[in-house]
Design a protein around this ligand. Structure first.
Ligand SMILES: [Zn+2]
Ligand SMILES: [Zn+2]
Ligand SMILES: [Zn+2]
Ligand SMILES: [Zn+2]
Length: 258
């Protein structure tokens, strides 16, 4: 650490500050269409290149939960979102297809993801024979907090992350959720709807389904409701089990050494 500090710490600080500004962007125009004065960049995409509003929205139809920044007239980046630039997320169709019989999602629809808490505009598919709204959400890996008129969804990667942090790092759900709120909104300038209760409920549903999945309940023709008492239990690794961690002939040993 001392060598690094003596030789390199200034360079690391300079590089960090460079990224607070426009970095090494060549200022020739939007990285994609070359139109002049690109103002937007994505902090979740690789590289920090600048784009015009149209290109950055178009390039994020398959990454609708990335977070943006906008270069202001006062020469600094302010936080910005794809939602603010008008991105609507179409479910139930491939990403470039707009549903002809679209059903608008709730106006305060919230998605909880690894990079923070997002307000989004969701369009459900209303074509004949389309799936229920909650199933359209599950189809893209968003866990709806309720199967009826969902207003909140939590992404599968976030649920996996929380499961690990909670079990390995003992992070309580409330602290985890509050930290997520601060990720893109540390100043509290944006009023996000509070969906902590929905998140807690989702975590419990996720654990229930993971437990059933790991016990093979998804492959039983009888379904989850035919699960018998004790079927989800996990054998203890350190207890002795015949044919696994007991020597052969253990049952014939004298009872005082068994
Ligand atoms: Zn462009
Ligand atoms: Zn991005
Ligand atoms: Zn449709
Ligand atoms: Zn045991």
């Amino acid at each position: 650490l001392l060598t690094w500090k003596a030789t390199y710490h200034q360079k690391y600080l300079d590089a960090t500050l460079l990224l607070e500004g426009r970095g090494r962007h060549d200022f020739k125009g939007c990285t994609y269409c070359e139109s002049p004065d690109p103002l937007y960049r994505c902090i979740d995409c690789h590289g920090h290149w600048l784009y015009c509003a149209e290109c950055i929205v178009e390039r994020h139809r398959s990454e609708p939960l990335h977070l943006l920044e906008r270069w202001t007239d006062d020469d600094y980046f302010e936080k910005c979102t794809l939602w603010a630039l008008g991105l609507r997320i179409q479910l139930g169709h491939p990403r470039t297809v707009a549903c002809p019989l679209v059903k608008r999602g709730h106006v305060d629809f919230v998605v909880i993801h690894v990079n923070g808490i997002h307000l989004v505009d969701v369009d459900f598919c209303g074509c004949p024979g389309s799936l229920d709204n909650f199933e359209q959400l599950l189809d893209v890996g968003w866990w709806p907090s309720s199967p009826l008129e969902p207003q909140t969804a939590t992404t599968f990667p976030l649920l996996r992350l929380f499961h690990n942090l909670n079990l390995q790092g003992c992070i309580p759900p409330t602290d985890f959720y509050r930290a997520l709120e601060q990720l893109h909104n540390a100043e509290g300038l944006v009023r996000l709807p509070d969906r902590l209760q929905q998140f807690m409920l989702t975590v419990r549903e996720w654990r229930h389904i993971r437990m059933a999945k790991r016990a093979g309940r998804g492959n039983d023709p009888g379904g989850l409701n035919t699960t018998a008492q004790g079927e989800l239990a996990i054998p203890c690794r350190s207890c002795p089990h015949p044919h696994i961690n007991l020597p052969q002939g253990w049952e014939d040993a004298p009872s005082n050494t068994q």
